[in-house]
Design a protein around this ligand. Structure first.
Ligand code: ADP
Ligand code: MG
Length: 251
């Protein structure tokens, strides 16, 4: 299947991936490869299949055919919770935070269970959780909001909190579906800064429409159209590709 590639080189290798909904191929023979420590952005017109690609990777939707290898493990045969445990975190378009809990509590309940050494004293674990919550709160610009109820946060802060709830689980691949939609210009810039900082230890797969934001974060861009790759490469290459201008950027 892999032609000219060693599978171990990539964090994520998607190959010949297809999903058919009643005969309609929302994703059609798609192949792409994401490196360690890479920020990849998927762009493309509405209905191109972008969200469906994330659904397939996180196991929410089952592939009709093809393969998704993550660190050499075949994700298409795994359940959603097993995929999370393997190190894939996914943020949906609408934030799924607990409005009636504080920022601290939202982060605390997202801390993975059973990670501490067996038999460790409760207070040792509590201290580890508290330290990690503070560390993540700082990363997501909410260290001064730890005791605030989540429903009082701005739209942008809610998006950051949800990113924090994924970060606290320390995923190797973080997937975000339109994370800056509805954000202010300054919130968008801070989100770009956040993503550029967190890839020290992981890769990020982002769907986004905001071209300024894409330019600020993307190492490589994959342009999807009708479930297939229209163009792929640096932002510079992709935005000057006549096919991309015709079906997407020109509108
Ligand atoms: P994008 O995120 O690029 O806007 P989507 O991945 O949401 O596009 O959708 C791609 C196409 O697949 C659309 O035509 C959509 O209606 C269709 N689709 C997505 N999910 C399903 C589903 N579960 N059942 C049937 N059709 C679906
Ligand atoms: Mg979508």
């Amino acid at each position: 299947m892999l032609i000219g590639h060693q599978p171990k080189e990539f964090l994520l290798a998607v190959e010949a991936l297809t999903v058919s909904f009643d005969g309609f191929k929302a994703v059609n023979g798609l192949s792409f490869y994401v490196d360690e420590n890479e920020i990849r952005v998927i762009i493309g017109p509405n209905g191109a299949g972008k969200t469906t690609v994330l659904d397939l990777i996180c196991g929410k939707t089952k592939a009709t055919s093809g393969s998704i290898q993550f660190r050499g493990k075949e994700l298409t045969r795994m359940k959603e919770n097993e995929i999370v445990k393997t190190g894939v975190g996914r943020k949906f378009q609408n934030p799924s935070i607990y409005d009636d809990l504080t920022v601290f509590e939202n982060l605390e309940i997202s801390y993975p269970r059973g990670r501490s050494v067996f038999g460790a004293l409760t207070f040792t674990r509590d201290a580890a959780v508290r330290d990690r919550v503070h560390e993540v709160a700082e990363m997501i610009f909410l260290k001064d909001r730890l005791n605030v109820n989540a429903d009082l946060l701005s739209h942008g802060q809610k998006q950051w909190l949800e990113i924090g709830m994924l970060l606290i689980q320390d995923p190797d691949l973080l997937m975000l579906d339109e994370p800056v939609a509805g954000m202010s210009v300054s919130e968008r810039a801070k989100t770009a800064e956040l993503l550029n900082r967190i890839i020290k230890n992981r890769s990020v797969l982002v769907i986004e429409h905001d071209m300024k934001f894409v330019e600020d974060i993307a190492h490589k861009v994959t342009v999807l159209h009708q479930g297939q790759i229209l163009s792929e490469g640096t932002m510079e290459k992709v935005k000057n590709d006549p096919k991309v201008v015709e079906v997407y950027l020109g509108h």
